[in-house]
Design a protein around this ligand. Structure first.
Ligand SMILES: [Mg+2]
Length: 214
């Protein structure tokens, strides 16, 4: 018996221990890294809406194709401890798994493959390049660049309930009204406001398996 039929995962600082955009910003030097990390943290704390910081960060970092591929490898390398085993077990039990992220889709797909999450169940923001692999922009119309974007996305996915959402940031908290439960994941970052909003708090993926399958 499982308590949930579907699980929606955040990616950055949940399934993998990095914030993708901050990792890319670090390629531009420590100052850009610090600037980006401050904006990311404000957005994840809910002090600033994500749409206010998204374009600013991308415009400054302008990641090229090779850097996105490098980031893809980094996501896999920094995969959360026991996440592989947990997701494999949950899939075996017939639970539908999806990833919903404000991160860059092309960088997240290798992680999805590694975790056995179908590409069609990965919702993230696309990034565009020219023929030489230079950055030309990102999908500015994506709902996932907006504060309540995850909520609308999850609603439209039409997953089978009961649904559990798992994440570390305020944009994950926003999903709560359209799912049965929200679990704050504190394995990488612990935020008081997110914990306050959560039905459950889990600090590792063994606890997730236990929560879902008990
Ligand atoms: Mg996150």
């Amino acid at each position: 018996m499982s308590r949930f039929k579907s699980i929606v995962f955040d990616v950055d600082s949940t399934l993998s221990g990095i914030e993708g955009i901050d990792w890319l910003a670090a390629l531009r030097g420590p100052e850009t890294r610090a600037w980006s990390a401050t904006l990311t943290e404000k957005a994840m704390q809910g002090e600033m809406p994500i749409e206010a910081v998204y374009g600013q960060r991308m415009q400054k970092v302008r990641p090229n194709k090779a850097e996105i591929e490098q980031l893809g490898r980094e996501y896999v390398e920094r995969i959360a401890p026991r996440a592989r085993e947990a997701l494999a077990e949950l899939r075996t039990r017939g639970i539908e798994l999806a990833m919903v992220s404000g991160g860059l889709r092309e960088a997240i797909l290798p992680l999805a493959r590694e975790l056995g999450v179908d590409e069609r169940s990965v919702y993230a923001v696309s990034v565009f390049f020219d023929e030489e692999g230079k950055y030309v922009g990102f999908d500015e119309r994506s709902l996932l660049t907006q504060q309540n974007g995850k909520r609308i996305t999850v609603l439209e996915m039409g997953l089978q309930g009961p649904i559990l959402a798992v994440g570390d940031g305020m944009t994950d908290c926003e999903i709560k009204p359209v799912v049965e439960s929200f679990a704050a994941f504190t394995g990488f970052t612990r935020r008081a406001r997110v914990i306050e909003c959560a039905d459950f708090v889990i600090e590792n993926f063994d606890q997730l398996t236990e929560l879902v399958l008990k």
